[in-house]
Design a protein around this ligand. Structure first.
Ligand code: SMG
Ligand code: MG
Length: 370
């Protein structure tokens, strides 16, 4: 196949309520989509980068710049030899920028699979037709507010709750949720690097709540620190931000720093690398689950395909569209008894709804081969 043009679309999609983590509070899902036009058809992808370089070093303006200046020219240069599988090797020289690379690779993979009439799930080797859904619950202004949200998510049928934590919002909210909803509730926490090596005793206090895992407690570059923490506490340590490739995953596992892994395709450079992380984890008996970046239906659809692989044994952050959005930009994903169906149509399996996309579009930029 051959890439003919790419449209970069910037969207601002309002969230139902603010989502607060240890590093930011957002009211809007500000996001970049990649719309690839090839000679065999079109493909779509959502870039995982945030507006600011807060979750990772990538951010919108930077991701769009690196796509325009470096990634897309390489794709045009491949000419008729372009395939989704050729992109990783072609971009191997380029350091980092994994979210930008992931978005371009996914849009091209979507076009390729649509042309082959094959779903992303079957391409990746999915073994499930629906996946269990968890929900990520932000830091709140009060314990009462937190209880209200957790209660309503459980009433909707979510099968696992993840509480965002930070210093000052950890022991008390976790204790309250555990005591209110009982020991059978699948409960986990995510610190987004908010703690340090000096906080190990504080984190050890969470052992009493029988959590599924603690996600990314300390700095993403401190792999040894995570290994030391994992040896010190009973709660399994799960890595998110630290795991940016299959090689890093392999090392983190060997070091004892990752007892569980959150795979986010955007963070690791795409679905092909995600599959490699899945494979190395499965080989080492390390459970994985699929994380999220508040994706609209375009990103959510692809994540659901990945979450259907056999090593994804824990519920992910792949919630229903209604978790964040009044109106999704594709057919909405819905919860059925705590599960979400994996798309079966070709490619990512969903299409943007033009009238809705138009409503949330901030800018469009066409890039063509010259
Ligand atoms: O997609 O439901 C979602 C978001 C899940 O908590 C979530 N993501 O570190 O895992 C994580 C965070 C990153 C959010 S960046 C605003
Ligand atoms: Mg996380």
């Amino acid at each position: 196949m051959k890439l003919e043009a790419v449209e970069l679309i910037r969207l601002n999609v309002p969230l139902k309520s603010a989502f607060r983590t240890s590093f930011s509070s957002v009211n809007l899902h500000q996001v970049v989509w990649v719309h690839a036009i090839t000679d065999v058809g079109e493909g779509w992808a959502e870039c995982g980068a945030n507006e600011r370089p807060d979750y990772s070093s990538e951010y919108h303006t930077g991701a769009m710049a690196v796509m325009k200046e470096f990634i897309l020219p390489e794709m045009f240069e491949l000419g008729d030899d372009l395939t989704a599988e050729s992109i990783g090797p072609k971009l191997h020289w380029m350091k980092q920028h994994r979210m930008a690379k992931a978005a371009v690779e996914t849009a091209i993979l979507d076009a390729q699979l649509r042309a082959e009439e094959k779903s992303l799930a079957s391409y990746l080797g999915a073994t499930k037709s629906r996946v269990p859904a968890g929900v990520s619950v932000g830091i709140m202004n009060s314990l009462e507010e937190l209880m209200g949200y957790v209660e309503s998510y459980l009433a909707e049928g979510y099968l696992r709750i993840k509480l965002k934590i930070e210093p000052g919002w950890d022991y008390e909210p976790v204790k309250l949720v555990r005591e209110s909803f009982g020991n059978d509730l699948l409960l986990q926490v995510d610190a987004n690097t908010a703690y340090t090596r000096n906080d190990f005793d504080l984190l050890k206090r969470l052992d009493e709540f029988n959590l599924l895992l603690i996600e990314q407690p300390i700095d993403e570059e401190d792999m040894l620190g995570h290994a030391k923490l994992a040896a010190y506490i009973d709660t399994p340590v799960c890595l998110d931000e630290s795991i940016v490739s299959a090689d890093i995953a392999r090392d983190a596992i060997e070091l004892g720093a990752a007892e569980i892994i959150n795979i986010k395709p955007s963070r690791v450079g795409g679905y092909l690398e995600s599959k490699r992380i899945h494979d190395v984890s499965l080989k080492n008996n390390i459970p994985v689950w699929c994380g999220g970046m508040l994706e609209t239906g375009i990103g959510r659809a692809a994540n659901l395909a990945l979450a259907a692989l056999p090593g994804f044994t824990l519920p992910g952050d792949t919630s229903a569209s209604s978790r964040y959005f009044e109106t999704d930009l594709t057919i909405p994903f819905e919860l059925q008894n705590g599960y979400i169906d994996v798309p079966t149509r070709p490619g990512i399996g969903v299409d943007p709804i033009p009238e809705i996309v138009e409503r949330f579009t901030v800018s469009k930029d066409w890039i063509r081969s010259n």
